[in-house]
Ligand binder design. Structure first.
Ligand SMILES: C[S@@+](CC[C@H](N)C(=O)[O-])C[C@H]1O[C@@H](n2cnc3c(N)ncnc32)[C@H](O)[C@@H]1O
Length: 497
């Protein structure tokens, strides 16, 4: 067996065992593409009809979807070390590449992603196939393979680097990463906690969670490479992740609320078609319909555990509004003003994105369209839920400012497709508001404002018991609003991650 075959065999083994590299963000540099017909009529019909892609650009959009994804790399680790690797890449490998011609075409020099700080992320115009095949790129390829293995470089999709950047992490932040495996974003979060090299032990921490026990080992592997004391891996269903108790300075117990939450939910992954070409064969809208309820439940549990004043970033690698704007609109509606979408338009200079949409409709896997809930026949009510449609109250819809959501289209800057929204919590969730202990007679004589609810917020019908706190008392699902119980969403096979 030749050296390359042995290498490939080793990579295959690595990918299939815990601790090996994952196929979403850290796919082996040696992985190749098999031939597959990149066509799916339903996909095309759906996105053309939805109008998410600006007029006149649909052909470009589809063309980009069919092209292999060019490799992007992120230099990982802490600042001083990352700078050394950057120096090496810029002054040696990138210079050498510029001399190379493949099939008469000059290789373009890799470019730093304008919106990623400190030139630590780079975009190449080479697919993994070219990188692997061309003998002229062998040295560069070898460097990438070995540095990836030792954890200095991560072959992370450009769009997947976005959510942590929008979280505005500071070293004292308590962070929850709800669906964290394989952990490329967790690694970014840990690095951000350690951004001040003068502080060896930041006050903050990251709790990285995933429901999949095997994938939790990928998280452990990521964390180990960064050698940080500020990370804990947990293995829970994020939609009912238990609240944690912390000791306060005066020796009391208190519920832990997170300053920052990353909610990078399981999704249908149609934004990853350029890399995960299987999605071409498998795509139907039923994946989105199945996942919508789970996505809402995870996001609701997230905002319950978010501190007032905190930020939660919700993201998917799906372009489908059912998994994107519909989830955000449902959260905003349930929050009754406690949550708002932050304007992140200035946070990533140079990144092109489309504003979130306010109109969308729903298509079944048989190609049947429904504009709103009233059109859905009763026999479809377990699969299709009202929360999948845009809110009908136009004033409410305008107040949600869904245009603040960001959708990244593949043809705009040669990336995968992605969706991200930043939520800020201004008050406790309505079902978690705490009331001062009231004497019976007070309850009936006047209607006081709850301690920590915004002025003017109507009182919920049943005040919580004293001592029950937001995110506390009962687990999600007991006292949080009920979610659509569509067919079992947790067992959907065609989901990303
Ligand atoms: C999109 S991937 C996350 C990618 C990850 N954030 C990263 O950047 O590497 C979604 C993850 O959600 C996990 N997942 C699915 N259902 C979950 C649940 N109910 N609770 C927690 N994690 C879940 C999957 O195992 C998968 O690892």
């Amino acid at each position: 067996m030749g050296k390359r075959s042995r290498q490939r065999k080793k990579e295959h083994q690595n990918n299939s065992k815990p601790g090996g590299r994952d196929n979403r963000d850290n796919a082996g540099w040696g992985a190749g593409y098999t031939d597959i017909v990149k066509e799916n009529k339903l996909f095309e019909a759906y996105y053309q009809e939805l109008g998410l892609v600006p007029e006149g650009e649909f052909d470009q959009f589809m063309e980009a979807m069919r092209e292999p994804l060019p490799a992007t790399i992120r230099i990982t680790g802490y600042k001083s070390h990352a700078k050394e690797i950057l120096h090496c890449l810029k002054n040696k490998y990138f210079k050498e590449i510029q001399e190379v011609e493949i099939d008469g075409q000059k290789i373009e020099a890799p470019q730093p992603l304008s919106w990623y700080p400190d030139e630590l992320a780079w975009h190449t115009n080479m697919s993994r196939k070219i990188l692997r095949k061309s003998p002229l790129l062998e040295k560069f390829h070898q460097f990438l393979v070995s540095e990836t293995e030792s954890g200095n470089i991560s072959r992370q999709e450009a769009v997947s680097m976005i959510p942590p950047l929008l979280m505005k992490i500071e070293p004292h932040h308590k962070i929850l990463d709800m669906c964290a495996a394989p952990g490329s974003k967790t690694a970014q979060l840990i690095e951000m906690l350690h951004s001040d090299m003068d502080v060896p032990f930041p006050e903050g921490f990251v709790i990285a969670n995933d429901v999949d026990n095997k994938r939790c080992y990928l998280l452990v592997h990521q964390a180990k490479r960064l050698n940080s004391p500020c990370i804990m891996v947990v293995n829970q269903d994020a939609s009912c992740i238990p609240r944690l108790q912390i000791d306060t300075e005066d020796g009391q117990k208190d519920t832990l609320f997170y300053d920052r939450i990353l909610c990078d939910v399981p999704c249908s992954g149609d934004g990853t078609m350029r890399k995960n070409i299987d999605v071409w064969k498998k795509w139907t809208t039923s994946n989105s319909l199945h996942l919508h309820g789970l996505q809402i439940r995870i996001a609701v549990r997230g905002v319950e555990q978010l501190a007032v004043g905190g930020r939660m970033v919700y993201s998917t690698c799906s372009l489908n509004p059912i998994e994107d704007e519909a989830v955000i609109a449902t959260l905003l509606e349930k929050s009754e003003g406690a949550l708002e979408l932050a304007d992140a338009s200035a946070d990533l200079p140079g990144l092109k994105w489309m504003p979130g949409v306010t109109k969308w409709k729903l298509m079944t896997k048989e190609g049947q369209w429904y504009k709103d809930w009233s059109e859905v026949p009763a026999n479809r009510h377990t699969q299709i839920r009202p929360t999948m449609f845009p809110p009908t109250d136009t004033e409410k819809l305008a107040n949600m400012k869904l245009e603040r959501c960001m959708r990244i289209l593949p043809h705009h800057q040669n990336t995968g497709g992605f969706f991200v929204a930043v939520l800020v919590k201004n008050a406790p969730m309505p079902w978690n508001r705490r009331f001062p202990k009231l004497r019976k007679e007070q309850l009936f004589s006047s209607v006081p404002q709850p301690e920590d609810s915004p002025v003017g917020t109507p009182l919920p019908e049943t005040p919580l018991e004293d001592g029950e706190r937001e995110g506390g008392g009962k687990e999600a699902g007991e006292d949080s609003p009920k979610e659509p119980e569509a067919d079992d969403q947790t067992k959907e096979p065609n989901m990303c991650g």
